[in-house]
Design a protein around this ligand. Sequence first.
Ligand SMILES: Nc1ncnc2c1ncn2[C@@H]1O[C@H](COP(=O)(O)OP(=O)(O)O)[C@@H](O)[C@H]1O
Ligand SMILES: [Mg+2]
Length: 1034
Amino acid sequence: MQGCARGQLDMEGALTARDRVGIQDFVLLDAHTSETAFLDNLKKRFSENLIYTYIGTLLVSVNPYKELDIYSKKQMDIYMGVNFFELPPHIFALADNAYHTMLAEANNHFILISGESGAGKTEASKKILQYYAVSCPSTTLLDNVRDRMLLSNPVLEAFGNSKTLKNDNSSRFGKYMDIQFDIQGDAVGGHILGYLLEKSRVVHQNHGERNFHIFYQLVKGGEEDLLHQLGLESNCQHYSYLVQGECANVASINDKNDWKTVRNALSVIDFDERDIQDLLGVIASVLHLGNVQFEPDSKGYATLNNSAELLWVSTLLGVNVQVLQEGLTSRKIEAKTDEVLSPFTVDHAIYARDALAKAIYGRTFTWLVNKINDSMENKDSSRKTVIGLLDIYGFEVFYVNSFEQFCINYCNEKLQQLFIQLTLKSEQEEYEAENIGWEPVQFFNNKIICDLVEEKHRGIISVLDEECLRPGEATDLTFLERLEEKLDSHPHFVTHKLADKKTRKTLERGNFRLLHYAGEVTYCVVGFLSKNNDLLYRNIKDVMRQSKNTIVRECFASKESDGRRRPETVASQFKSSLLGLTDILMSKEPWYVRCLKSNESQQPGQFDDVLVRHQVKYLGLMEHLRVRRAGFAYRCRYDVFLQRYKPLCPATWPYWRGVAAEGVEVLVQHLGYLPDEYKMGRTKIFIRHPRTLFATEDAFEVCKHDLASRIQAQYKAYWQKGQFRRQKEAATKIETCWRGVQARKAKGRRQWAVKVIKKFIKGYMARGEAKTTDNSEYLAFVRQNYLNRLKDNLPKMVLDKTSWLTPPPVLMETSEILRQLHMRLMVRKYIRGITAQQKAQLQLKGITSVIFKGKKDSYPQSVSQPYVDTRISEQDINMKVLQMIRHEGIKYSIPIVKYDRNGFKARPRQLILTQTAAYVVDDAKIKQRVLYTTLKGVSVSTLSDGIIIFHIPSEDDKQKGDLIMQCDHLFEALTKLSVVANKQSAINVVQGSVKFQMKAGKEGIVEFSSGQESMVYKDKNGHLMVVSTRTRAR
Ligand SMILES: Nc1ncnc2c1ncn2[C@@H]1O[C@H](COP(=O)(O)OP(=O)(O)O)[C@@H](O)[C@H]1O
Ligand SMILES: [Mg+2]
């Protein structure tokens, strides 16, 4: 049975219940009777965005008022088919568990979602539906059903939800939806039961509240054409039914977008264009109706003052405008055989108008639910199981509470009663089934309040109905008096009159107060009678029955108006529908979601301790926990328990080969459980305290690690060995292959080398022949080789004529061309590098060469000796001499030795060449001035001496005869002279001897010879003998 599955889940819950934030399952709370500990746990989890916590299989949900990323497809996948307690608490876990239990046990279930208004019930039910839509197996055919189920939601919310002070999307009707599954678990159909729509909202809204969403959606989102067709304007302020709460626009609601969703959904759930047109016609007609105003005529009766709006109503509903007007301003009274029209006062007319609006809307809503049911209906008759989702309006307390709150809160009392019965029942049943003694639990049973409301003859509903039905002047106040009479000593009922002094101050006269299980609520009796009666005059019903609008016609076509009997009152209808619901639920297995509001102001992240504590209290969560903990905190099927913990005992590990219960007994004995700590049921072990299980679980954790590491080690070793072997094999294989590759490469290289060498030898042998295939490569090699070598060994100097590499025969010609090119290049480079000074020097050397080359022995040695500008600087010339000759421009000076003409005595002198003359100077004296014009010739010998002889004409008296000098820089001095005096042609190189003029008419001879030692002396024959050392060659 289901109980067994639960037990197993509880056990596993323990596994994940710790270690996270707080405790995931209150059953595991050690201080399970402490409300503070309970709240602390909720709060701790809430602060970490963990909004779900279990009490066993009951899910507590705290509204976070913010989007949490826990409802994605991924999340759904995580929860799909996983055991309830293996994952953190979640609405999906509950949905999944209900589903799988349903499949396993093939029975019906329901999920009761409760909590006060705004606590998150509707959201929870949507999440569950989405979960089934995604997780159940499906076919395309079923997708259709599924889409309709999902899309019925926005439509029903549009028509049945509205903004209240508690919730911007408050459900103003109760909804029970069966989801039908076939035996494979496919969702194959659905069915919705609607409960008591709060119709009064159509005509009246409190401040800060709105009418039903659909009105705003249509007015704000409707396309221009559509609005035009319906006679509407795109402005909510225009409609008196929309503006009473003064909040047509709400930040959290996007009416335009919602309109699109609803419009699209309508098409999906089988509404054809006609239906949609009729439906919107109804909505629009209600809006127009709200704008119909009355004025009193002279007799005080109501007349219409705005026929345009009425005209729209009549058009949209397809009724005769006259008849409609009549229906709104008068009623038919049957007097015996006649029918008489009784006109209304203005107030009465307004009442009739609002009654009509409420009736049309209310009935249309019922029609809508039926229509949706048609579209979701599964028509085949195969066996199905269902999961029912109950999302009904939550317990509600406003500043002023009226008939609607009375009904809503009564409904919540009923559900609480159901909850108590079912929980206690199931818990007790389990104990009985397991043969374990039941210890009764103290809890508040709200049956007394249910009775207060619904008991026949005494209950509030009975009194109300009596007041409504009795003849005579019944009013809301007479109803209150009746209540006071009947219930004067009821502990949960108080009025001003019945209250003690203190309480009386808090109660006004027209109010009564009920002490609900969830708290005190003071109801204002005003309107109770009329709302309960929900009267609509017959003539207006008749009008509606003739409507051309199909929906309206269908809605009013029931037989109710035919009978003369008064229709059932609203409260009675509601009461019986709740009884019906209780029956439906009692026949199914329950699952609970308890929704809590975290704060009153719908703020994310705020946790109002007082508010939550209050809800925990009245929702009976502590009691539920106590029931779950009565006696034993855990229970677990023997086989499951044994399977999990068998490693903890040598006798049960690795296998227990007997009955599971006995194995468990052996196991817990081994673990040292005390007799008081556990009980053995028929199929389960019951453990009294959480700590016992925790200790076992801790031991299991340790043991699990041990086991795991042993298995791991073994496996690792095995794996490593295999790995090593595989690696070794692979290495050998690679090595072999690599060696082969290497060998093949080497062989290739050898073959190639042999070929090259062969070719080389052949080429060498044929190197002299014309180019053939045999020698072409060799010759190319030779060429390249030579050119490469040549490149590195080019001569560096112009004069280097020997180091040019000898070319191979094939390159003779090329080499010669290259050599010449290179030479030219060097010459060019050399010439480019020559300075002006060097150039002048070279020119001088050139002149020297013309005069002396091949003629005088000492010439070759002189070539390399550079010429200088002068050998005596001007400072070294005597000032007097300078003064005398400077104006002529001194060009060159050199020290010389002058030989006297007679005795050939040698005297050191300076020879100074000016622009016009050569001077022989002895310190401050000019010894001789030789004008170039008078210089007849200059003689030098062919040998290597330095003797220079100036021949000067003897006719010139002033002259002392020819000048004989010895100069160390003969070539330099004579070259300078030849340039300055232009005497190149006058210089003679003479062999042997030369004559010279001593003085006019007397001649001397200079004889030149070469010998061991150079010397100059006067010979006995009177000649001047000049001996110079011999040089190798001229
Ligand atoms: N699980 C949730 N996650 C985030 N916000 C939520 C959740 N449940 C409820 N709410 C918020 O609270 C508002 C009221 O929830 P709703 O289900 O309509 O309350 P109820 O049906 O109980 O009156 C929602 O409109 C939404 O803003
Ligand atoms: Mg709701």
